[in-house]
Design a protein around this ligand. Structure first.
Ligand code: 4NP
Length: 145
């Protein structure tokens, strides 16, 4: 699960998917390094708590090229981060692992989870619901394997 800072959207995606699929190995990262080592944003922690999901043990890290080997699937939260990840991929096999998370909910529409960093609480409720709906589909897909 990859966003820009790894403090708002992707920690939520990591926590939400883990709550639905405890047997899948899930991690999150940011394409930028500004917040490396930081806890998730309090607004993400609070919206997750409302739905009984604990993000407080997460710490931000930067996405790196090893992630292409370590994971079968890489979900970007928005199109900027999708492009950044694709630019780091070395071959077609790596590029094929990458998708926008909302393409699970809205196939081939290339929609982005809006960046909530400068928005208010309403933004976090909105991104929680968007990510939650996508994770319902992802959990069903990978549980079948
Ligand atoms: P995220 O949100 O990518 O969902 O973690 C952001 C966090 C920090 C910044 C931007 C977006 N920032 O500019 O510091």
């Amino acid at each position: 699960m990859v966003c820009l800072g790894n403090i708002c959207r992707s920690p939520l995606a990591e926590g939400i998917l883990r709550s639905k699929s405890p047997n899948i190995i899930i991690d999150s990262a940011g394409t930028a390094a500004y917040h490396v080592g930081n806890s998730p944003d309090n607004r993400s922690i609070e919206i997750a708590e409302k739905y009984n999901i604990d993000l407080t043990n997460q710490r931000a890290r930067q996405f790196n090229s090893h992630d292409f080997n370590n994971f079968d699937k890489i979900y970007a939260m928005d199109s900027d981060n999708y492009s950044k990840i694709i630019s780091l991929a070395k071959n077609q096999k790596e590029r094929k692992k990458v998708d926008l998370i909302l393409n699970e909910t809205f196939p081939k529409q290339f929609r982005s989870v809006p960046d909530p960093y400068y928005g208010g609480e309403q933004g976090f409720e909105n991104i929680f619901l968007l990510i939650n709906n996508a994770c319902d589909i992802i959990a069903k897909k990978y549980d079948k394997r």
